[in-house]
Ligand binder design. Structure first.
Ligand code: MIC
Ligand code: SF4
Length: 656
């Protein structure tokens, strides 16, 4: 049997284990990326490792999330990141240069390579034939230091594309169809590999849109072949030498094959409040719209914005619509400027935001109370927009532009216009001056690291307790996202200040949680979080583990976990447990006392645990699915504690 692309790329990078879906493997990482919201803590941890210089082919530190600087905190963080980059041989992409995923695709991604990024949408570069994976900042810091990345060897699902998209149907509709087919749960440790004759009809940015939102299905990553279309894209980027063919063998083996006929797709939307709630745009027609936001790492390429410009040309946004457009990169902004499309967008009344995450992460452009916002981004979790009761619909650029004109949700096929076909530049205007490339100073050690008053020390933890004497400090429902666990938006400026940021854990669900957890912790008991299915969906932010750790959380007991978040819990010494019988979720209430006698010893030996609800007098079956390496990390109180103790010559053994 032949090999899939996924298997080929992974097998050439394998550092531990072998190709055997479901088992733990470690792979070598060629490139890393960080962004400013996860980057500061990642680099604090990197510094703590004592590595003199990054050991990967290229490491890029992007400043793209917190560019609306309210207060000094983010500005300080950016200076810190700039000095860290100079010191350790990292490329810095300055604020204004664009969103990490879009810029990485344009300037650094290369077919057949591996990329690890501290952002859940890192798989965007799967559009160019990379195995690109999102992870917590600590995992990325380790990779920058040259360590391999541990993951569960994935099962590979082929998504076989046939046909060609009809006018007004876009790549966004393809991934919304994938979300309709696969949902947001049950796809962990899986790679979506695209193939079939329909692939060649999609440009690299279109493929990137599809790979980007595979994150919403919870997959490890998504990947496309690298072909002539990829070559054309890389040539237009002046990077022909980075091109190579990446293809699956004809008889490649897959765990499952799903087929999508592109010509049968129609405009779709993810309706409030989950990227998995898919409806046809036709069925939503007529809903009045307050806001339209176009951009984010999903849909902000040259072709996306040029298409919007052609649709809006000569028109002005409907009076009830606030129209916001954020280009994905400075390169996109410069190129739509050069070809005149930017002028059409400005003339339509669009407010042009900087090339950054902006509205997508909720730190600007909040919709009105109870408002309807159509967005081309990838997440519509409740409250993420910055307005708790706003209703966010995720749509293609075409559908967003149609609503901007009509003021209500409109199937773009009903606009009565000819579909604008965009001629792509044979060569983009390329201007790399907003990157700061590191100077080959000997180990950069002469560079002084700048630390503002908001930047703390890397977070530390104590070893896992021998016995858990816990309290169910909070009980939450299904699909609690990392946005619920630790909010982004206006709170994101505290990313480098763990004690302060920790005050906002579960803020939108229970504002009293943080203070209660501190009381429980200070009374000498361990905090336990009780959750439902798919706990920790969404972002890769390790703060959703670090801040609970700071508040004394030792265990999260849930019906199921999202992959990146579960790894983050382990990395910070929090034990992720699942219910042996999901119905037992009902046997726990908030404030119940939950004990696990001999927890550390049992985890160390890989033995089953017995959790007793002392308040209810009930025993609850709990499970953990951790490799031996992960068990050792939890017992040490997290990866950093384990490394520290190793350097200090402590008793805790190394995880290697
Ligand atoms: C997001 O889209 O939620 C973010 C903000 O990009 C996060 C990263 C973060 O929280 O900093 C992600 O997707 O990983
Ligand atoms: Fe930025 Fe939004 Fe993409 Fe996250 S999803 S990286 S916030 S643009």
């Amino acid at each position: 049997m032949g090999r899939s692309i996924t298997r080929k790329v992974i097998e050439t990078r394998i550092a531990e284990g072998s190709w055997n879906p479901g088992s733990e493997i470690a792979i070598r990482i060629d490139q890393t990326l960080t962004q400013d919201a996860t980057g500061t803590v990642a680099y604090l941890q990197f510094e703590a490792m004592g590595v003199p210089k990054v050991a990967v082919e290229i490491a890029v530190s992007y400043i793209d999330h917190n560019t609306t600087q309210i207060g000094f905190e983010n500005a300080d963080d950016h200076k810190y990141l700039q000095t860290i980059a100079a010191r350790y041989g990292i490329v810095l992409s300055r604020a204004g240069n664009g969103i990490c995923h879009q810029v990485h695709l344009e300037r650094f991604g290369r077919p057949g390579g591996t990329l690890l990024g501290s952002d859940s949408h890192t798989p965007t570069c799967g559009g160019i034939g990379m195995i690109a994976i999102g992870a917590g900042g600590l995992d990325v810091a380790l990779a920058m230091g040259g360590a391999p990345f541990y993951l569960v060897c994935p099962r590979v699902v082929k998504i076989h594309l046939t046909g060609r998209l009809k006018p007004w149907v876009a790549a966004k509709d393809v991934i919304l169809e994938v979300l309709r087919m696969f949902g947001t749960r049950g796809n962990v440790n899986t790679v979506f590999e695209y193939g079939g004759p329909g692939v060649k009809t999609l440009s690299v940015p279109e493929r990137a849109t599809i790979a980007n939102m595979g994150a919403e299905c919870g997959v490890t990553t998504s990947v496309f072949p690298s072909d002539e279309v990829t070559r054309t894209f890389l040539r237009a980027q002046g990077r022909l030498s980075d091109w190579s063919v990446i293809a699956a063998d004809r008889d490649a083996e897959y765990d499952r094959i799903a087929e999508i006929d592109l010509s049968r797709l129609v405009p779709l939307s993810a309706t409030p409040h989950s990227p998995g709630n898919i409806a046809t745009v036709a069925s939503l027609q007529g809903i009045p719209v307050d806001q339209v936001c176009i951009g984010s790492c999903t849909n902000s390429s040259y072709k996306d914005l040029a298409t919007v410009a052609r649709i809006l040309k000569g028109r002005v946004a409907a009076p009830n619509v606030s129209l916001v457009i954020a280009p994905g990169s400075r390169q996109v902004m410069q190129n739509i400027g050069k070809s005149g499309y930017l002028g059409d967008l400005i003339a339509s009344g669009a407010r042009i935001d900087p090339a950054a995450c902006g509205f997508c992460i909720g730190n600007s452009q909040s919709p009105p109370t109870g408002g309807v916002s159509l967005r081309t981004s990838n997440r519509n979790f409740e409250g993420r927009s910055g307005t708790r009761d706003a209703k966010i619909y995720l749509v293609s650029c075409e559908t967003a532009a149609a609503a901007a004109i009509t003021g209500k949700i409109t199937d773009p096929r009903k606009l009565g216009m000819r579909y604008p076909r965009i001629a792509m530049p044979g060569k983009f205007l390329i201007d790399d001056r907003m990157f700061v490339f590191p100077k080959p100073v000997a180990n950069g050690s002469a560079v002084k690291i700048y630390r503002g008053p908001n930047i703390g020390a890397p977070p530390a933890n104590t070893p896992f307790p021998a016995h858990i004497r816990g309290v169910a400090a909070i009980k939450v429902g299904d699909r609690v996202t990392t946005d619920h666990i630790i909010p982004a938006g206006a709170r994101m400026k505290y990313r480098s200040n763990i004690p302060r940021y920790s005050e906002f854990v579960f803020e939108s669900l229970d504002a009293g949680f943080s203070a209660r957890a501190v009381r429980i912790r200070d009374a000498g008991r361990h905090n336990i979080i009780v959750g439902g299915v798919s706990y920790g969906e969404g972002s890769s932010r390790e703060h959703a583990a670090i801040c609970p750790m700071f508040l004394g959380v030792k265990v999260v007991l849930a019906k199921s976990f999202q992959r990146i978040h579960m790894n983050n819990l382990v990395n910070f010494g929090i034990l992720p447990l699942t219910f042996g019988n999901e119905a037992d979720y009902e046997k726990i209430d908030q404030n119940d006392e939950l004990d696990i006698a001999g927890a550390a010893e049992a985890v160390s030996a890989g033995r089953p645990l017995a959790l007793v609800n002392r308040t209810k007098g009930a025993e609850i079956g709990v499970l953990y699915s951790l490799t031996e390496r992960q068990r050792r990390i939890v017992l040490a109180g997290g990866l950093l504690s384990m490394q520290r103790r190793k350097t200090e010559g402590g008793a805790v053994e190394d995880h290697e």
